[in-house]
Design a protein around this ligand. Structure first.
Ligand SMILES: [Zn+2]
Length: 433
């Protein structure tokens, strides 16, 4: 048994059993409940009076500390049975409050460390069902949570809710497969539509995540969401309310003071504007794309919010600006700010970290050679795969050509190498036969 090569600080804790009595076949992720450096965490676990430890710790800077050799059992999860077989990891929290968020660097290091632990201990894949009753049945689930064994929030909702995501990210690497499997935490159609819409408006990832975290808090990203208290008061579901507004049988949409839609538009003049816009576009009042266009138009008049969004340097900055400048709910407390930021962080993890961290983008396995028909009237042939390579000639016959190799490069989704040796063409202007 070995320790991770990611370790850059070691402070072995006396609080452990030597050696562990079970082979390593599980991982348990914890949160430090504070923004501790790996050194501080080591100091916390150093005195015998503490009666606690973990195998590893990860600071918000992404550095990894070792406190109990993997060969030994840490005292971490309030369960001897768990800790004898699990490698335990404490992760620092950027904010010491629910939902116990962690930094991007710590999160990326956590996935790296989990991958490393699996490889060295021959764990083929990480399995997560969120089911305490499956503890010990490692063929079904080999991750566990401290909250199952003690009255604790650990590892905090932020990390707990990302367990499936973590397992998926680690498994993609362990499989060594260039085909990206469907994520365990799926990106929903609404999430993708909203993310892509806002990105297409030129906002950076922090700004988009910050907006989405707020929309999540307002409506759960459901464009037909009617404020829950009004579902009861009016005796209708989200869908019924939407239908009744659309077909004109409900006429009090503007003045009923019920929050509705992605951003939970509530005040009469905003609901009136939303209704007029939907009617002008001949779209349902619950139409997601219509609401996004409306939201974007509305945002343009919130100049302060827009200026923050345009140069946002963190999710928190973007999220707070949308919260306090645009959504302006009654409760804008720090707790609400943190909660919304953590929702935004979730989307950032999903859309950004996944992209960055997964070794290969989603690509079906391609076998060569294959033939394509050129669809462009004129298609340049270049010396190499990219618009940065010189044009050597062009194809003008919309003919069929044989591709022997593909490559990524500037100016096209994919470049294809012509069998003739003439050069490379953009496959965006070809259809595969
Ligand atoms: Zn814990």
């Amino acid at each position: 048994m070995s320790n991770s090569k990611m370790v850059c600080y070691t402070k072995l804790s006396p609080n452990c059993n030597k050696p562990r009595n079970h082979k390593i076949d599980m991982i348990t992720i914890h949160c430090m409940a504070g923004n501790l450096s790996v050194e501080t965490c080591g100091a916390v676990f150093a005195p015998t009076s503490r009666q606690a430890s973990s195998n590893y710790g990860i600071g918000s800077d992404g550095r990894v500390g070792l406190y109990v050799d993997e060969v030994n059992r840490s005292w971490c999860t309030s369960s001897a049975a768990n800790d004898h077989r699990a490698v335990t990891i404490e992760v620092a929290n950027t904010v010491a409050a629910h939902p116990w968020p962690v930094s991007d660097k710590a999160f990326v290091a956590l996935i790296d460390l989990c991958e490393d632990i699996c490889r060295r201990n021959d764990i083929k894949q990480l399995l997560w069902r969120g089911d305490k009753n499956l503890f010990g049945d490692v063929s079904k689930q080999n991750m566990s949570a401290h909250r199952w064994f003690a009255a604790k929030a650990c590892p905090g909702d932020h990390l707990y809710n990302l367990h499936a995501h973590i397992a998926n990210a680690v498994n993609q690497r362990l499989s060594g497969c260039s085909v990206q499997p469907a994520p365990v935490v799926p990106v929903t159609a609404a999430e993708k539509t909203i993310w892509d819409f806002l990105k297409a408006k030129g906002l950076n990832n922090y700004a988009v995540a910050g907006i989405m975290g707020n929309l999540q808090a307002e409506s759960g990203l459901a464009a037909n969401n009617l404020q829950n208290t009004y579902e009861k008061k009016l005796g209708v579901t989200d869908a019924q309310y939407t239908t009744n507004v659309d077909n004109g049988s409900y006429t009090n949409f503007v003045r009923d003071s019920a929050g509705y839609g992605l951003a939970q538009w509530t005040y009469w003049n905003r609901k009136e504007a939303l209704l007029k816009y939907a009617q002008s576009q001949k779209k349902s009042i619950g139409d997601l794309n219509m609401q996004l266009e409306f939201l974007w138009q509305e945002l343009q008049s919130y100049t302060k919010v827009m200026s923050v969004l345009k140069s946002a340097k963190s999710i928190r900055e973007a999220s707070d600006s949308v919260l306090t400048g645009y959504e302006r709910p009654a409760d804008q407390s720090e707790a609400v700010q943190i909660k919304r930021t953590s929702y935004g962080q979730g989307y950032y993890n999903k859309f950004v970290l996944n992209d960055v961290e997964v070794s290969e983008p989603a690509q079906p396995v391609v076998s060569f050679p294959y033939t394509v028909r050129v669809t462009a009237l004129t298609l340049n042939i270049r010396k190499g795969p990219g618009t940065n390579y010189a044009i050597t000639s062009s194809i003008r016959d919309k003919g069929v050509y044989t591709i022997t190799e593909e490559a990524n490069g500037a100016g096209a989704t994919k470049w294809g190498k012509l069998k003739s040796g003439a050069g490379w063409i953009s496959l965006d202007f070809c259809t595969k036969r």
